[in-house]
Design a protein. Structure first.
Length: 500
């Protein structure tokens, strides 16, 4: 491709007749990859929990309050803007690329500048170097933001899965080896840097597009506006979702934060990652049909029902088997995590119900609505956390879970406006997973009480676990979900007649 044709190139989407097939296959790939990632991450947590102390985890979590905050601005929402836009040109993409690189460099410098203040805030000098070194990762995220967006826009989900899994495997190996060598909390720094380096190499190899020089282009302004609103929303969400870590670390110290952080990670991470793994598929697919309300509603409701079907079991088994899960994954020295873990599990169901609704706003460009929702909901979550703070990690878990349950109905009501989706539609999509989960949870609770409760032997707990999943799966299939799965499987294995 010569220089002129490269500059005139536009980056389109899959053809309409390919969209459903690519969405279905992309969803299967995303879920499968997420399953592998969950195994790798769980194994890494199990190893690190036995090699490191709660204080090491707490120090890393303290540094993460700064790096996670700065990460809100790492692509300025411009990757989502590239995915959502109906058409993107080479010049637009090049300009966005250089903006992302400049932002990455600025965030790295800002992390170094703010690291002393972070160490002072937590009264922990070791946090300075952790945060300063981790800040260099933003250089890599700036380099890969637009290349990664192109992979998602073109629905190359298998390619993305290969990159993600390779980067995760390398970073996990780096962390474990460093822990074995006695590097303690520096193991988390090594993991973060290894993941970013592997990811940027992967996306540049997968996407051979080479950016041109930045150009002053008015057509980029709507994308910058979209990205700015998206970034502001992420900032407010960060305040709501991370106030617990900031306040616990400040007033209760590294040990309390390390304990709470493990509980929160185990309770929320699986659902967050299932949602995140499908969000790229959903955003790309829903953006492609954003001007067809009926098709948009139909596609969203199917994805919503499938995501709930996969995540409701997590909200069932976590409170029922909290002691066994913590004992197996983290070991006996972490058993004080179990009651916090149990109290946080309602939030996993709220995440499964609420997070996918953001797809509707993003895919249709309703970012002002999403911002208004976030402005209203953020103080509610922070208030719940503050009310529980005086009682330590347990109190924060209760306050956080309670606040999250309060906001789910307003989020749903706000998100569905103007989309053609009704309360009846949402109930129809969620009815089978929720009722199957309620029945399976009740059966599991009865089995726990009759067979010895949390003090039952591990073999008994395994039988109870299998019973809960069997009841859930069988109930789900008898409540109208079978046809949905059959349709997806037939689409997955259908031979495509399109020219490859």
């Amino acid at each position: 491709m010569d220089k002129q044709s490269s500059q005139n190139r536009t980056f389109g989407r899959p053809a309409a007749d390919e969209l459903k097939r690519k969405s279905v296959r992309g969803g299967v790939v995303a879920v499968g990859a997420q399953g592998v990632k969950l195994v790798i991450q769980t194994g890494t947590v199990m190893l690190l929990a036995r090699l490191l102390s709660p204080q090491d985890f707490g120090l890393a979590a303290m540094a993460a309050t700064l790096t996670a905050f700065l990460a809100l601005f790492k692509d300025a929402g411009l990757a989502s803007a590239t995915i959502q836009s109906r058409e993107v040109t080479h010049d637009q993409l090049s300009t966005l690329f250089w903006i992302n690189v400049a932002i990455g460099g600025g965030l790295t410098a800002l992390a170094i500048v703010l690291a002393p203040a972070l160490a002072w805030f937590y009264r922990e000098p070791r946090v300075f170097w952790i945060a300063a070194v981790l800040g260099s990762s933003f250089l890599f995220t700036g380099l890969m933001a637009q290349h990664g967006a192109l992979i998602t826009r073109e629905m190359r989900f298998l390619t993305q899965a290969k990159i993600d899994l390779t980067a995760l495997a390398l970073s996990s190996a780096t962390g474990v080896v460093m822990a074995l060598l006695g590097w303690r909390y520096w193991s988390f720094v090594g993991m973060g840097l290894a993941n970013n380096i592997a990811s940027v190499v992967g996306v540049w190899v997968a996407v051979p597009w080479v950016p041109g020089p930045p150009r002053r282009n008015r057509s980029v302004l709507p994308m910058l506006h979209f990205g700015g609103l998206s970034t502001l929303i992420n900032f407010l969400v960060y305040l709501a979702w991370n106030s617990q870590n900031i306040l616990l670390g400040r007033f209760w110290g590294a040990h309390a934060l390390g304990i709470y952080g493990r509980a929160h990670q185990l309770a929320i991470l699986p659902v967050e990652q299932w949602t995140a793994s499908l969000s790229g598929v959903a955003l790309s697919g829903l953006s492609a049909v954003q001007h067809d309300p009926q098709r948009l509603s139909r596609s969203f409701l199917k994805a919503y029902s499938l995501l709930l079907s996969a995540t409701v079991p997590i909200a069932i088994v976590c409170p029922l088997f909290a002691d066994e899960i913590i004992r197996i994954l983290l070991g006996e020295k972490w058993m004080e995590v179990a009651p916090i873990f149990r109290l946080l599990t309602p939030t996993s169901l709220v995440f499964a119900l609420a997070n996918p609704l953001s797809w509707l706003n993003t895919a249709t460009g309703r970012m002002r609505r999403a911002l208004s929702m976030t402005v209203v909901m953020t103080p509610v979550v922070i208030l719940g956390i503050v009310l529980g703070l005086g009682h330590g990690p347990l109190g924060v878990a209760i306050g956080y879970s309670g606040a999250m349950m309060l906001i789910i109905i307003p989020i749903a009501a706000w998100s569905k406006q103007g989309t053609g989706i009704t309360w009846s539609d949402l109930w129809a999509a969620s009815r089978a997973p929720l009722l199957a989960g309620l029945l399976a949870g009740s059966v599991g609770l009865i089995a726990r009480v009759e067979l010895g409760g949390a003090s039952a032997p591990l073999a008994t707990a395994a039988l109870e676990f299998a019973l809960v999943l069997a009841v859930y799966a069988s109930t789900l299939l008898t409540m109208g979900q079978k046809s949905l799965y059959v349709d997806l499987l037939s689409e997955l294995f259908r031979r495509s007649t399109a020219v490859r």
